[in-house]
Design a protein around this ligand. Sequence first.
Ligand code: WAQ
Ligand code: MG
Ligand code: MG
Ligand code: MG
Length: 253
Amino acid sequence: MLYSVKMRSAQGGPHEQGGRHISGAERILSEEKIEQAIVAMLHRAQKHQRGMADFISLKVEAVKTADIFYRPLLPLSSCQADSVMAGRKAAVEELVKAGVSTEAAAAGISRIINLRDSMRGAMLLDADTGLRVDSLGERGVRVSKMDCDNSERYEARLLEKGLFGDHVREALVLASKVASAVGVVAELCWSDDPEYVTGYVASAKYGYKRIPVLKEYGNPIGGRVFFVEHGTDVQKLITYLQDQVVLIRPEDK
Ligand code: WAQ
Ligand code: MG
Ligand code: MG
Ligand code: MG
């Protein structure tokens, strides 16, 4: 039996009462791993670089094996960028290559830059017009119910590329689920953790492209934009992103 384990934390009260988002996490785990995961999530919320949480929600739900989708891990590669400006230029180039209009790509970057505080979830933007298509406001769409299929194997794959740590491990799984969704053209992301400046553009077509710097060190604003094909059934997409259980498998070598 597998379980979905989710955590979200905020400062100044719960998110739904105006609390400031601190951190969140989601895993799919077998029963014997739940306890350790919950303790790790609790510690993350308590000692986060965005500040100390005074609201922490932990949720454990059984997952029916028959409901699981298996989807491939996106291939990972990196681009060069030695400044925020160069990084953002590279992000626009990658987004346009993946099928996002120049205007929408620029709109995605400004949307994140102009956030007053970080959101808990992502904004959905039309990949042609750049207009926001979800109506979830400052909450956004929180992608949930996903994990890698085999943590040991997954972490070994990352290590082969010299990568380790929660940020990339969680982001690559999330990006792989998002890219597998019908209607998603590409994703743009950088962290809201002030000390983490590396971000990425991901798409089913070109994989997960790491961009070494997308914001200034110390900046607590980050976010995610999912660019969707014009005419996408947005409600169906949101249901997939939030509720569909997806396990990510590295392709066989
Ligand atoms: N679903 C939707 N949006 C999310 C989710 C989620 N599960 N988790 C985070 N976000 C949004 C939310 O707006 C956050 O404020 C923002 O993304 C940043 O979240 O290869 O760590 O968890 O080294 O801080 C990129 C790794 C790390 C790059 C990104 O984001 C690399 C990261 P964070
Ligand atoms: Mg995260
Ligand atoms: Mg897709
Ligand atoms: Mg964060």
